[in-house]
Design a protein. Structure first.
Length: 253
């Protein structure tokens, strides 16, 4: 029960990495607040957790939604907020020439603005507690570039540096800010991409070969790192960008 007594707000909690974090945090004793745009998926996650769980349908790029999430959390769970996991994200494939303005704006509104808004609202609560942990789910593409991922890579790079800047600003308050940089994780997004490729078997083979450990990551691989960063075991870790990537970056940096 490494997170017993902690309340954690987790965005993007209806599927993929966010859902895996929610389930792992609940197993470790945390009270979890599930945030996302698709209520049905959030309710399914909540049904697996069963206790000490709150569902908040919200768009993290909208200030009014973010403020409602925090207000509802404080009404439901006493004792403030100790952990925030910013996992909500969008990905639109495209180059600098093909990416549309709408795709660019949605990507940055969710992947960067959403992280900033959620963090800004919980920081005063963590400061009152005398500690806190903010965990941003970035990407290996937040450390290096990627073909046809211009908006996504730029947004994740912004998130990674935002993490480091926040870590320096908030260190005197004992609020730790870190980000996790996953490689290719076998989420519904990745599964759909592979399925819709002209040659699905070849598409999966080529992308698997990018990872020396020889497989895609699972959402639970990222959730395990998030549990560590949320727990008191990582009290001297802040400003870190931690690859969880099966070796993807080993030969690239």
């Amino acid at each position: 029960m490494r997170l017993k007594g902690k309340t954690a707000i987790i965005t993007g909690a209806g599927s993929g990495i966010g859902q895996a974090c929610a389930l792992a945090f609940a197993r470790e004793g945390a009270r979890v607040v599930l945030v996302g745009r698709r209520r049905e998926l959030l309710k399914q996650t909540a049904a697996e957790i069963q206790r000490d769980v709150l569902v908040c349908e919200a768009d993290v790029s909208r200030l009014v939604d973010v403020q409602r999430v925090v207000k509802t959390t404080l009404e439901r769970f006493a004792g403030g907020v100790q952990v925030l996991v910013n996992s909500a994200g969008v990905l639109h494939a495209g180059t600098a020439e093909t990416q549309t303005e709408e795709e660019w704006d949605e990507t940055f509104n969710t992947n960067v603005r959403g992280v900033w808004l959620m963090s800004r609202e919980v920081i005063p609560l963590m400061r009152r507690e005398g500690e806190g942990s903010i965990i941003n789910i970035s990407s290996v593409l937040g450390l290096i570039g990627g073909r046809s991922r211009v908006a996504y890579s730029a947004s994740k790079g912004a998130m990674t540096v935002l993490t480091k800047s926040m870590a320096m600003d908030l260190a005197p308050d004992q609020i730790r800010v870190n980000c996790i940089c996953p490689g290719i994780i076998e989420t519904e997004l990745v599964v759909d991409f592979i399925r819709n490729a002209p040659d699905p078997e070849l598409a999966k083979k080529r992308r698997t070969e990018l990872h020396p450990l020889g497989r895609f990551g699972q959402p639970s691989d990222v959730a395990n790192m998030a549990v560590y960063l949320a727990s008191d075991e990582s009290m001297w870790v802040t400003g870190a960008a931690m690859p969880v990537d099966g070796g993807y970056l080993a030969g690239k940096m």
